[in-house]
Write a protein that binds this ligand. Structure first.
Ligand code: SD4
Length: 327
C-alpha cells in the first residue's frame, strides 16, 4: 500500500504537492476504533480516491460494528429505547451535510453526504431525514440490537440520566467485559497528498438521552469543522458543552490565528473548563485537530482520550491525548 500511495504522490503535479507544504497524506480519528476507521480511509486515499470518499469509508467502519455501542447500528438507545443517530461530513471547501436524530438507517454518514450532494440543505432531522434516506434508496433497519436493548432495560431500573464520569477513559473501558462498553463518537479527519482536507463525525449520541436530543456531532462548527486554508477539527464527549462553545470552529479559528493544532485544542478545552466553577471535574470533552500541513493536536479534560493516527510511515498508531486532569 505504501508504494501505491508513494507512486500516486509522485504523480501529482508540483503545484498540487506544494499546497500542504510538501506534507503527505494523513488520517486521524478519535478513540480506539479510529485505528480501523483510519485504515479504511487510507485504503481509499491510496487507491487515488477522493478525500471525501475516504472519510465516508472510514466512518462506515464503526457504524457497521455491532459490538460498538456508540455509533451506528448497535448504538445505545435513548430514554425511550429508540436508537437515534447523528452524523456530519464536510470538505475543506466548505461543503457540508448532516443528519440528526435519524432512526432506522445504519449508515447516517452516507445519508449526510447525500444531504450535502443531493439537496440545497445542510441538515435534515428526524422523520424528514428518514424520509429523505428512504427516497435515496437506503434500507430501513432495526438498529436496536438485543445487546443494546438489554443494557437499556438494565438502565431502566434506575432510569437516571447521568453520563458516567470519564466513560471515555481508556482504563475504564479496558476494565469492562470485552473492553468495548464505551460510549464514544467517531470523528475522523483526513488530508490527502494534494493538501485537500475533509472530515466526518458519526455517533448514536449520549446513551439514555431524551428522545429528540441532538449532540454536537451533526452540528457543523461544533462536532466538526474543516477549512482547506487552515485545517480541520472534531470533538467527542458531552456534546452540549461543545455546542455551547462552537468547539470545532473555535479550534480551526485559533489555528487560523497562528496556533498549532495542539495549542488550539488546549485553548478550546480550557474555555470549557473555565465556565465550570468546579473545574469540569465531572465532564469529558476531547478535541482532535489536523492542520493543512499535517500537524496533529489532541487534548481532553479527562485522562484517557485515545486517538489514532495513520500515515505513510505507520498505519495503526494509537496515542493517548494529554489532558487537564491526569487521574
Ligand atoms: C454527543 N459528542 O452526542 C457526542 C457523544 C460522545 O463520547 O462523543 N460521547 O454529545
Amino acid at each position: 500500500m505504501t508504494s501505491i500511495l508513494a507512486a500516486s504522490t509522485l504523480a501529482l503535479p508540483l503545484r498540487a504537492r506544494a499546497t500542504n507544504g510538501g506534507g503527505s497524506a494523513k488520517v486521524i480519528s478519535t478513540w480506539d476504533f479510529g485505528v480501523a476507521a483510519n485504515q479504511a480511509a487510507w485504503t481509499v486515499l491510496s487507491r487515488g480516491g477522493s478525500v471525501l470518499d475516504a472519510v465516508e469509508a472510514g466512518a462506515r467502519v464503526p457504524e457497521a460494528d455491532l459490538a460498538n455501542h456508540s455509533v451506528g447500528k448497535g448504538g445505545y438507545p435513548d430514554r425511550d429505547g429508540i436508537v437515534t443517530l447523528d452524523a456530519s461530513i464536510m470538505d475543506g471547501d466548505g461543503r457540508c451535510g448532516a443528519v440528526a436524530a435519524l432512526e432506522h438507517i445504519a449508515h447516517p454518514i452516507s445519508v449526510a453526504r447525500r444531504v450535502m450532494e443531493q439537496t440545497p440543505h445542510v441538515l435534515l432531522v428526524g422523520d424528514g431525514a428518514l424520509q429523505f434516506a428512504l427516497e435515496q434508496g437506503f434500507d430501513k433497519d432495526n438498529l436496536l440490537t438485543p445487546e443494546a436493548e438489554k443494557a437499556w432495560r438494565e438502565w431502566l431500573k434506575t432510569a437516571k440520566y447521568a453520563p458516567v464520569i470519564n466513560r471515555e477513559n481508556l482504563d475504564y473501558r479496558k476494565s469492562l467485559p470485552g473492553g468495548k462498553d464505551n460510549h464514544d463518537t467517531l470523528g475522523l479527519l483526513a488530508l490527502d497528498a494534494s493538501g485537500k482536507l475533509a472530515g466526518a463525525c458519526t455517533t448514536s449520541g449520549m446513551a439514555w438521552k431524551l428522545h429528540g436530543r441532538v449532540g454536537d456531532s451533526p452540528i457543523v462548527g461544533a462536532g466538526l469543522y474543516v477549512d482547506n486554508d487552515v485545517g480541520a477539527a472534531t470533538s467527542t464527549g458531552v456534546g452540549e458543552e461543545v455546542i455551547r462553545n462552537a468547539g470545532s470552529f473555535l479550534v480551526v479559528e485559533l489555528m487560523r490565528q497562528g496556533r498549532a493544532p495542539q495549542q488550539a485544542c488546549e485553548e478550546a478545552v480550557r474555555r470549557i473548563v473555565k465556565k465550570h466553577p468546579d473545574g469540569a471535574k465531572k465532564l469529558q470533552v476531547g478535541f482532535l485537530a489536523l492542520s493543512r500541513h499535517g500537524e496533529v493536536g489532541a487534548y481532553a479534560i479527562q485522562k484517557g482520550f485515545s486517538y489514532a493516527v495513520c500515515d505513510a510511515q505507520k498505519r495503526d498508531r494509537l496515542l493517548e491525548s494529554r489532558s487537564v486532569y491526569s487521574t
